[in-house]
Design a binder for this molecule. Structure first.
Ligand SMILES: Cc1cc2nc3c(=O)[nH]c(=O)nc-3n(C[C@H](O)[C@H](O)[C@H](O)COP(=O)(O)OP(=O)(O)OC[C@H]3O[C@@H](n4cnc5c(N)ncnc54)[C@H](O)[C@@H]3O)c2cc1C
Length: 426
């Protein structure tokens, strides 16, 4: 069997058993098989995480055959969804019921269970991560039993974001909203310019984010707001957007990394960007094309630390002449109460640091991680970091409660691999 790789291809593994259940009873049998052999089982969503959360030398499971909406409550605007459902399928199916997700991230290739199990988020100071949209869930525990938990239950805020360490999610109920259209505006701004208006921008726009390009010291600013307006994107602008996110961007990265002509390539990127606007249904506007492979580290910081942390990151990049055409993505998220949520009880800013595949990310990521640590930064669970148990114990007030619950639900560690053992069971 060929090794299985994650999306970014920064890790691979070869399991001894692969399970692709077509119904609940096959899913339960897979878990029981691992348990009876005294082995572990890891479940994959779409493999879009950078940390080896899904890696397994023993049992490996995916829910690609367990997809789709199973029922809808139109009054409450809630839908029950099979956990393996990819977000793009969820968007399309919900739209048929005139419903939509309250917020989404950058792409829609993840599975619903994978996205929520790592706290996947979009941007918007009045909005929380996708895990917060869950109102009920069912999961197969380490004994192969189907269990349920709902809003208000004592363990619910542990189960809504659990890295697949408490069981295998089978079905998830989501709070949706009436389908809505978004107007997306993008523009280029220099650092001084966007910093001047940022405090208002994050309050005045439902969704506001920055892609800061350090080589040229500018940002692609993105605002999205509900609208009734119909704004057609010109064919030329759609072409440029598609290619600037795709083959043109890849070519510029290849050129920059091979010839070290970062400043030149950065100027070419800037020349493609003008003030653009388009509108469409939310599930079509949120996702972007992300075909180019890259490395990523993302940290959540208390919102009030935004300016100081950003200044320090820029100073670090300048001091060490870090060169990459990949941006720092900056997003804003409302506080929540989920035990392992990086936004646990704090309004937050997320900084995502990227490098093109093949570029050396270690020095850059480790240096910026030190800055994040000074501000009680909590890493995105799916993205590169080098924190250990003792760090999480300090960062998360409910971390020990989570570990105790995990121990109680799965004392033999059926759902643990080496990576998770280090974090959750050491
Ligand atoms: C190009 C790209 C863009 C991204 N954009 C964003 C973004 O905008 N915002 C953001 O926050 N993150 C983003 N991410 C990160 C991504 O959303 C997370 O890493 C997410 O976990 C990936 O979902 P997945 O379905 O691929 O899950 P996987 O990576 O396959 O798994 C993630 C975790 O979920 C668990 N899991 C999967 N299925 C189940 C199940 N049925 N039951 C229990 N546990 C399960 C796995 O065991 C694992 O612990 C992006 C990643 C990529 C590669």
């Amino acid at each position: 069997m060929l090794p299985i790789k994650n999306w970014a291809e920064n890790f691979s593994f070869t399991p001894s058993h692969t399970h692709a259940p077509r119904n609940l009873s096959e899913l339960q049998s897979a878990v029981l098989k691992a348990r009876d052999l005294n082995q572990s089982i890891r479940v994959r969503g779409s493999g879009h995480s950078w940390n080896p959360l899904i890696a397994s030398d023993e049992h490996y499971l995916h829910l690609d055959h367990l997809q789709g909406i199973t029922s809808v409550d139109p009054q409450a605007k809630r839908a029950r969804v099979l956990a393996g459902t990819k977000l793009h399928r969820l968007g399309d199916e919900a739209f048929k019921h005139r419903l939509a997700m309250i917020n989404q991230g950058d792409i829609n290739r993840q599975s619903l269970a994978g996205a929520t199990s790592t706290g996947t988020h979009g941007t918007g100071l009045t909005l929380q991560s996708i895990s917060n949209q869950i109102t009920w869930l069912s999961y197969v525990d380490a004994q192969g039993e189907l269990r349920e938990s709902k809003l208000g239950d004592p363990d619910f805020n542990a189960l809504r974001l659990s890295l697949g360490s408490l069981g295998v999610l089978h079905e998830i109920e989501l709070q949706l909203t009436e389908s809505y259209q978004l107007k997306e505006e993008t523009m280029l701004k220099r650092r001084g310019e966007f910093l001047e208006t940022i405090q208002n921008d994050i309050k005045e726009n439902r969704h506001f984010e920055l892609f800061y390009f350090p080589v040229g010291d500018w940002a692609l600013v993105k605002k999205m707001n509900p609208t009734q307006e119909v704004i057609e994107q010109s064919a030329l602008s759609a072409f440029i957007q598609k290619h600037l996110e795709g083959p043109v961007y890849e070519a510029l990265n290849v050129l920059a990394t091979h010839s070290r002509s970062y400043a030149f390539c950065d100027r070419i990127m800037q020349s493609f960007i003008s003030h653009q606007a388009r509108s469409g249904w939310s599930h079509e506007i949120f996702p972007s094309n992300r075909d180019i492979r890259f490395m990523e580290m993302e940290y959540n910081l208390p919102l009030e630390n935004f300016t100081q942390a950003f200044d320090e990151i820029v100073a670090f990049i300048k001091k060490h002449h870090i060169q990459t055409l990949f941006p720092i993505e900056i997003r804003f998220v409302k506080a929540d109460d989920i035990w392992l949520s990086p936004a646990y009880q704090r309004a937050s800013v997320y900084f995502a640091i990227h490098t093109y595949r093949g570029e050396d990310h270690r020095f850059y990521f480790e240096g910026v991680q030190e800055i994040f640590k000074q501000f009680q930064g909590r890493p995105h669970w799916g993205k590169w970091h080098s924190l250990k148990t003792r760090d999480f114990t300090t960062l998360y007030p409910r971390f020990e409660d989570f570990r105790n619950l995990r121990q109680q639900l799965d004392p033999k560690g059926v759902f643990l691999n080496d990576y998770l053992k280090e974090i959750l069971a050491s």
